[in-house]
Design a protein around this ligand. Structure first.
Ligand code: PRP
Length: 178
């Protein structure tokens, strides 16, 4: 199977507009005086996260941390496991945490991750995703902020990859498999 880039599904302008809206909504909900720890899940979310936090007000207490995880489990195993490749640098106990993902698909990664992070006793835990492939959900996940709901099609760019490629695209595009 070979892959080539197809049409743009979300242009850089559309993404940028939505990212600004989301940052404003998060800042508004959180309150500027209350600190927020933005936790990016590597690798895909790094692209979205860096744009998102730069749209937050300068006087807001924003911290950034990253985690790299892989989720194991399928629809027959509800007690899924998250394997941590790279953990957070700082404790989130008593902190207001915002988990940032590029995409929620089956929901397994996020649901396992939420359970894991809740076990560390944050003051609050919210979830922000750029893309929601809602048709593929296998487990329920509570998403507080969602950029775009998209169809179950292969897409790349703005952090999303195809075998490691095309993360660096400014627009999000369809992939054509042939
Ligand atoms: C993607 C995405 C989520 C996960 C979502 O990561 O960033 O972590 O898949 O899928 P799920 O809802 O079915 O669990 P991926 O494993 O592709 O890693 P990457 O960010 O390094 O590309």
């Amino acid at each position: 199977m070979s892959y080539r880039l197809g049409e743009v599904i979300l242009s850089r302008e559309t993404i940028s507009r939505r990212v600004k809206e989301m940052a404003a909504e998060i800042a508004n909900d959180n309150g500027r005086d209350k600190g927020i720890v933005v936790v990016g899940i590597l690798t895909g979310a790094a692209f979205f996260l860096t744009d998102l936090v730069r749209e937050m007000p300068e006087d807001m207490d924003v911290r950034v941390d990253f985690m790299s995880v892989a989720s194991y489990g399928d629809n027959t195993t509800s007690s899924g496991v998250v394997r941590i490749f790279h953990d957070l640098k700082s404790s989130i106990e008593g902190k207001n945490v915002l988990v940032v993902e590029d995409i929620v698909d089956s929901g397994l990664t996020l649901s396992h991750l939420i359970e894991l992070l809740n076990g560390r006793h944050p003051a609050s835990l919210k979830v922000c995703v750029l893309l929601d492939k809602y048709e593929r959900r296998k487990t329920e996940v509570n998403v507080d902020y969602c950029g775009f709901r998209i169809p179950d099609k292969f897409v790349v760019g703005y952090g999303l990859d195809c075998a490691g490629m095309w993360r660096h695209l400014k627009d999000i595009k369809y992939v054509i498999e042939e």
